[in-house]
Design a protein around this ligand. Structure first.
Ligand SMILES: Nc1nc2c(ncn2[C@@H]2O[C@H](COP(=O)(O)OP(=O)(O)O)[C@@H](O)[C@H]2O)c(=O)[nH]1
Ligand SMILES: [Mg+2]
Length: 461
């Protein structure tokens, strides 16, 4: 499933409800696959799944009643100003020309207690943490209780460390508000699918066209429509777009085009951040920051964004893992290999060819990484095989040598010689089977067993 598809399914009413236990079940699936495949496949094949599972486990340990919302975007779009507008604080430095936010700022609405561990995990410095909702605010801020708003460094910072910090945080937050402005939005959206990739990771993604107070009222609908078109063309038709001003009023009423165009078959679950909030009555209000807040509130109050985010992340990881487990393994009888080894007559080449053929048959139909793992397991001990088989033959012969009476008997009684030969063949076969088991069949079986275990885990979810 594509990330977009995963997001759409997660947002539509078709998806089963996401609960802490359904998310835990997905983590368990990923862990089961990692446990069985970890010692077989190259680490880089599993690194995304491993990181996703670790991130989900860590997040599930933390407060699920807090929703992290990041203000992200390019330099000067107004992230810090918007942070200040939201928090009614003037703590986040606002800069005209310089990228000033080196590290994230965060403001917790309501219960800071549970938020502290979350902010530790996010790596927000204690001196950059604030709390909203003082007694003075009364119930005004109730709708945002549980929100952890973050002002991120600029994604286009000239400082690589700042960009790395943004990427790190974007991997962890639940909702992203992408802040852009009338001067720069075109560059942004056209940017090689960056927004699409990022929005694909979460159910909560909003684009804010900020600084609209700089536009003439007559130009706002035009600019908004243009940005909407770019988002739609960039495969972001289901992403809510909101017009804001961090420092003034949005000129004029909401252009209809600000609505996402996608129509969904089913309504999103109540409280889920998504098209209902974007295309419903709220959008007609078009009041900048308040409008944005209306989009955020359902996600924060419903406490769905966290689980949705984890669910999408894990679903994507699981779908990527599934690609590594397409098709059942071929059932190849070990006797095929043993016969071929017996016929090889001790020739190194023929022994190697017998193993190769056995491995190719066993691996046929497996996805490439597993195919490679089977072949590698099969050939790992090939250099030792000729001498091991030689010794196996000697053991079988030793049995014959030690029983002269059988030979003597066999030479005078019709039919006994033939039976002796059959017995000898059986003993050679048994000795060869033991060697083949130790050096080829066992190691191959271990890989196939790991493959089958992973498939079983994925079939269960
Ligand atoms: N007119 C206007 N100016 C804004 C708005 N938002 C930010 N600014 C100004 O744009 C400049 C950059 O803002 P800042 O919040 O530092 O952007 P950041 O780099 O995204 O954090 C500052 O001079 C702000 O005062 C807005 O909505 N309207
Ligand atoms: Mg800033």
């Amino acid at each position: 499933m594509s990330k977009r598809k995963a997001r759409e399914v997660a947002r539509s009413g078709d998806a089963p409800p996401v609960t802490p236990s359904s998310v835990h079940a997905k983590v368990d699936t990923v862990r089961a696959v990692l446990d069985s495949a970890g010692s077989v496949l190259p680490a880089e094949r599993l690194s995304v799944a491993r990181a996703t599972a670790a991130r989900a486990e860590a997040r599930l340990e933390l407060s699920l009643s807090h929703t992290t919302v990041a203000l992200a975007g390019t330099t000067g779009s107004g992230k810090s100003s918007m942070f200040n507008a939201f928090t009614s604080l003037d703590r986040s430095p606002v800069g005209v020309l310089r990228p000033t936010t080196a590290e994230a700022y965060a403001c917790v609405w309501g219960d800071r207690e549970g938020g502290e561990a979350l902010l530790d995990w996010l790596g927000v410095q204690p001196r950059r943490r604030f709390t909203r909702e003082s007694a003075l605010d009364g119930d005004d801020e109730v709708g945002l209780r549980g929100m952890v708003l973050m002002d991120l460094p600029d994604v286009d910072s000239i400082q690589p460390a700042h960009r790395a910090e943004v990427d790190r945080l974007l991997d962890l937050v639940d909702v992203v508000v992408w802040v852009t402005d009338p001067q720069k939005y075109a560059d942004l959206v056209v940017h090689d699918g960056y927004l699409r990739r990022m929005s694909g990771q979460r159910g909560g993604f909003i684009v804010a066209l900020n600084q609209t107070d700089r536009l003439l009222p007559a130009n706002l609908p035009q600019v908004a429509a243009d940005l909407r078109r770019l988002l739609d063309e960039g495969d972001l038709a289901d992403i809510p777009l909101v017009a804001t001003s961090a420092t003034g009023e949005v000129p004029g009423p909401v252009p209809a085009v600000v609505k996402p165009r996608t129509t969904f078959r089913a309504k999103p679950a109540p409280g889920r951040l998504g098209p209902l909030a974007a295309s419903g009555a709220g959008i007609a209000g078009f009041t900048g920051i308040r409008q944005l807040r209306e989009l955020l509130e359902p996600a924060v109050v419903g406490r769905r964004a966290v689980l949705d985010r984890l669910d999408i992340d894990l679903s994507i990881a699981i779908d990527e893992l599934r690609e590594l487990y397409a098709g059942p393994p071929a059932a190849v009888s070990p006797s095929v290999l043993i016969e071929a080894l017996m016929k090889a007559g001790g020739s190194r080449e023929r022994i190697a060819a017998a193993v190769d053929q056995y491995a190719q048959h066993t691996a046929s139909g497996l996805p490439k990484p597993w195919l490679v793992a089977v072949l590698e397991a099969a050939v790992a001990h090939v250099p030792e095989l000729p001498s091991a088989l030689d010794r196996a033959g000697d053991r079988a012969n030793a049995f014959d040598k030690g029983s002269g009476w059988r030979k003597a008997f066999g030479s005078v009684v019709p039919g006994v010689g033939k039976r002796n030969q059959e017995g000898r063949d059986r003993r050679v076969r048994a000795e060869y089977a033991r060697v083949a088991e130790d050096l080829v069949i066992g190691p191959v079986r271990d890989v196939v067993t790991a493959y089958t275990a992973g498939r079983a885990a994925l079939a269960d979810i």
